[in-house]
Design a protein around this ligand. Structure first.
Ligand SMILES: [Zn+2]
Length: 278
């Protein structure tokens, strides 16, 4: 029953995320004007704006001019519903569910704006960084590296202080590491090509405030590894990908969603295997 409710909410919210994906990179308002067909400009009727259902009933075409509607609209709606159900399955009815739902939805927007237009709008990341910091007062952020240090120095960190500190350390780890890697590539590449944009740094600052340092590092590792494997195999498979500008933020976004929902399991397995935790 709860899953059904979460799924319906996911479809409706996914429909809103579609508006964000189209409008935010162009710095347009997400509230006005009402949605309209990009070709004939006809406003979309309320009964043609039902998530997923309308797309299927209209068979992916505008009712007025028959222009094809991008399947991305339906994909984003279905994806949002599925991921919110997965978030609910992982966290149940809890403050964490609200927190990670917010993160997942912001990441869906950034995954698609980077994929479509190579843009990671500050409207999302600045809001996300602020939200992550505020939520760290209410839900615990993984702060094990600092707690470990504090313990060695004989200091005791109260829960909330540790959590907020965890969000800040996570942001610095994510954004800082990413900035350093970007600069290194820039210098190694003879200062000719920007490998990582500032948008990626902002994305990782945001992820860091939500996940804390350990899962942020996992995100960077999985995103870079996954991105490199996909980029390399596609470049080898088809020459047209040789000068393709890869959407790094898309890979990082996917990795961050995985880390938020299932990363702890992988991280614990690694820590046990490497002997860092018993
Ligand atoms: Zn139309």
């Amino acid at each position: 029953m709860f899953y059904f409710v979460v799924g319906i909410f996911g479809l409706v919210l996914g429909s809103f995320l579609n508006v964000c994906i189209v409008r935010l990179p162009n710095e347009e308002s997400i509230l006005v004007p009402r949605s309209h067909c990009p070709r004939c400009k006809h406003p979309i009727r309320w009964f043609d704006n039902i998530p997923l259902v309308s797309y299927l009933l209209l068979r992916g075409r505008c009712r007025d001019c028959q222009a094809g509607i991008s399947p991305r609209y339906a994909v984003v709606e279905a994806l949002t519903a599925l991921l919110l159900m997965a978030t609910f399955r992982r966290y149940g009815l809890s403050p964490e569910f609200v927190k990670y739902s917010a993160l997942v939805m912001m990441l869906i927007v950034l995954i698609f704006t980077d994929l479509n237009q190579r843009r990671i709008p500050h409207a999302v990341t600045v809001f996300g960084i602020s939200l992550g910091l505020v939520l760290s007062f209410f839900t615990q952020v993984d702060n094990r590296p600092v707690e470990w240090l504090a313990e060695r120095m004989g200091l005791f960190l109260p829960g909330t202080v540790s959590s907020v500190l965890g969000a800040i350390v996570g942001a610095v780890t994510g954004g800082g590491l990413f900035y350093a890697v970007g600069e290194a590539f820039y210098i190694l590449g003879g200062r000719q090509k920007e490998y990582l944009g500032f948008g990626d740094v902002m994305l990782m600052l945001m992820v860091g405030t939500f996940l804390g340092a350990p899962l942020t590092l996992l995100t960077i590792l999985l995103g870079s590894l996954g991105g490199s494997i996909i980029a390399l195999s596609l470049t080898l498979a088809a020459p047209r990908f040789r000068n393709y500008h890869w959407p790094y933020g898309t890979f990082l976004g996917i990795a961050a969603i995985y880390s938020a929902l299932d990363g702890t399991r992988l991280l614990e397995a690694y820590l046990r295997w490497s002997g860092l935790a018993s």
